[in-house]
Design a protein around this ligand. Structure first.
Ligand code: GLN
Length: 500
């Protein structure tokens, strides 16, 4: 039997019963997601640079646009997750999402300037179908309560970041050394590889990811539903196009979607019968709300830090010549890949000594790390030369610190959503977690635009001062958020009941 055929007839029970630390099938999902993130982060790392240098937008406008694009992407993961749960199932959603992402990348490669917003719109919808559902499939590889689940998500998170590292680095280098067409095309090639891996290995997954209605509805009705989703998502693309083109519409979208989701979730909480479940959901909401602030700081990465890298940084790390934008796009991922397993070992080591901080405190520590990193970004101004260029070494070190913050919050948050919410609400809560990322990204764009100098003839020194002033402010906000979380941690802990 080939690797492709061997899972065809397996039951869920057989798949979920495995020996060793990781299920074998995790690797297939690992590599599919790795290449999807290659495409996603490759493109993401080019956006602000492309908009300022090719579409000739001002720094503030480009960052608002960037924040809007990222916000739509993460808002669409909420929608993509819901449709997978109700109609398509994970497999078809992932295939459809991957296909749309490929179309988006090659549209950009064909005519980056002319077809920019069309390519981006395809990518937004495509990512919405791909990203949340491949993560859910990882969860399906484990039985409820399997203690190896967290390690599996940790490994998957490393795969995400290997892809992000390679894509973030290679695409921007390709753009600078060859052309934007080649760079966007490279992202598309990455997505083709990811999709091919998925297509050739998905049969090993037994019943995981099949449409939820299989066996309940006739094949004809299922096909009709599928076509409804495919056509519907294509019809949405012109709307997304309009929303992304016009930052003002982005604002309306964000004003409407969040409150609706919030009211919806409050209703779901009120419908829960027992008090403990309601309280756990309230705790989950607190984590979600704090995560918005976290991403608003953290996601300066693709916005203001990308422009800071473009204008204000030398090009050597520890004496080795490196492109500052490539470092900006990739160092976070390098540090996740190195430190994610170490963080796992540290938590285990502390747990053995009964000293592992609880999740609320971990979240608080995450903010404190981010506060320190932004203080370091601010501090780069004291190493600047007369031309407004400063140390890429210190900048990279600041990335290391913010990555430690990410590891205290992001992978833990994903698993928290599935432990705090009752099972029928898992999908929705995961959607809410990503929707919070959408608001974080959106706020990141607004914050970045607010810090940038819009003066026509701003020198690099003016830009350095403007951005570093902003980073100092963000350090203070992050410090406040971390302290607040740590102070209120006993209350949240009570709401979480048996979950740590
Ligand atoms: N860096 C992670 C990923 O790309 C998390 C992103 C997020 O939730 N905002 O999957």
């Amino acid at each position: 039997m080939t690797a492709v055929d061997e899972g065809k007839s397996l039951t869920l029970e057989q798949i979920q019963t495995f020996e060793g630390k990781y299920p074998k099938r995790l690797w297939y999902l690992f590599f599919s997601e790795m290449w999807e993130r290659f495409a996603f982060y490759g493109m993401r790392g080019m956006l602000t640079v492309f908009m300022t240098t090719q579409l000739l937008m001002k720094d503030d406008e480009a960052q608002l646009k960037y924040g809007g694009i990222q916000a739509f992407i993460y808002a669409m993961t909420f929608v993509g997750g819901l449709f997978a749960d109700k109609l398509l199932g994970f497999r078809k959603s992932i295939f459809w999402g991957g296909l749309l992402m490929i179309i988006g990348s090659f549209t950009l490669a064909a005519a980056p300037k002319e077809l920019y917003y069309i390519g981006i719109s395809f990518t937004i919808i495509g990512t919405g179908f791909f990203k949340p559902n491949i993560s859910s499939m990882v969860g399906s590889l484990y039985k409820e309560g399997d203690p190896r689940r967290d390690a599996g998500f940790g490994l998957f998170y490393s795969g995400i970041n290997i892809g992000a590292l390679l894509g973030g680095w290679l695409c921007i280098v390709a753009a600078k050394q060859y052309s934007w067409n080649i760079a966007f095309g490279l992202a598309g090639v990455g997505m083709i590889i990811g999709l091919l891996i998925f297509v050739f290995t998905k049969r090993t997954l037994g019943p995981i990811g099949l449409p939820p209605m299989e066996g309940k509805l006739s094949a004809k009705k299922i096909l009709r539903n599928d076509i409804f989703v495919y056509l519907g998502s294509l019809l949405v693309i012109p709307f997304v196009y309009l929303l992304v083109r016009n930052s003002q519409y982005t604002d309306y979208f964000m004003y409407i979607v969040g409150p609706i989701a919030f009211v919806w979730i409050v209703i779901e909480i009120l419908k829960l019968q027992d008090k403990a479940s309601r309280q756990k959901m309230v705790a989950a909401m607190v984590f979600i709300i704090f995560s918005i602030f976290f991403w608003a700081f953290f996601e300066q990465a693709g916005g203001s830090l990308s422009l800071f890298a473009l204008n204000n940084l030398h090009d050597t790390v520890l004496g080795v010549q490196m492109d500052p934008n490539a470092v900006n796009n990739s160092s976070n991922s390098v540090f996740v890949v190195i430190f994610s397993p170490l963080a796992g070992l540290l938590w285990l080591w502390l747990a053995k000594r009964k000293a592992e901080p609880n999740t609320v405190i971990k979240f608080g520590i995450g903010f404190l790390f981010v506060a320190v990193s932004f203080y370091l970004y601010y501090y780069t101004r004291f190493f600047a030369d007369a031309s407004g260029k400063t140390s890429l070494d210190l900048f990279t070190f600041a990335y290391l610190i913010s990555t430690l913050g990410e590891l205290c919050l992001s992978p833990i948050g994903l698993s928290l959503m599935t432990t705090l919410a009752p099972k029928p609400l898992h999908g929705m809560m995961m959607g809410m977690w990503f929707l919070a990322s959408a608001y974080g990204q959106y706020a990141a764009g607004i914050l970045g635009a607010g810090m940038s100098t819009t003066a026509e003839n701003a020198t690099n020194m003016d830009k350095l001062i403007a951005y570093t002033d902003g980073y100092k402010q963000l350090a203070i906000y992050a410090l406040i958020a971390g302290v607040v979380l740590i102070v209120i941690s006993p209350i949240i802990r009570k709401l979480m009941h048996e979950v740590h």
